[in-house]
Ligand binder design. Structure first.
Ligand code: ZN
Length: 159
């Protein structure tokens, strides 16, 4: 069996009045993430970690932020496409571990819904998706509520 690990990191600015898409769901908040797509930072790091694990470049390579086709696109579509790329190479996911870095709002109450959503999009068991949340103790751009960042590691395998 071939086992590979991948890692993803991403940042988005926060702005007042934007929808806040995170982990495939809309989180109620005064501010939301800004980006060319729907700016779902958690889905973006999972995509990047998966592509990295398979050595298939990164999310910007496959879905350019210069391409009007991806303007405002639902990141769940991108994740579904990444899963197709991986499965075409014979890979399946072992597990995903991720961390969202955000000062406000509290993310913990939304995590079960995010896991359920991602599990459905990726067609993998919910037990294989871990989502954690942390603040940065009011330090840096996350702490000052100027942005949101996320990290993900994934394990993929083919038999
Ligand atoms: Zn992003």
């Amino acid at each position: 069996m071939k086992i590979r690990v991948g890692y993803g990191y991403d940042v988005h600015q926060l702005a007042e009045g934007e929808d806040f898409w995170l982990g495939g769901i809309k989180v109620p908040h005064t501010h939301g993430a800004v980006g060319h797509s729907d700016a779902d930072v958690l889905i973006h790091v999972i995509c990047d970690a998966l592509l990295g694990a398979a050595n298939m470049r990164d999310i910007g390579f496959h879905f350019s932020d210069q391409d009007p086709k991806f303007k405002g696109i639902d990141s769940k579509i991108l994740l579904r496409d990444v899963m197709t790329l991986l499965r075409n190479e014979g890979y399946e996911i072992g597990n995903i571990d991720s961390t969202i870095c955000l000062q406000q709002p509290k993310i913990n109450p939304h995590i079960p819904e995010m896991k359920a959503c991602l599990s459905e999009v990726m067609s993998i068991p919910v037990e294989d998706i871990s989502i954690k949340a942390t603040t940065t103790e009011k330090l840096g751009f996350v702490g000052k509520k100027e942005g949101v960042s996320a990290h993900a590691t994934v394990l993929i395998q083919k038999g």
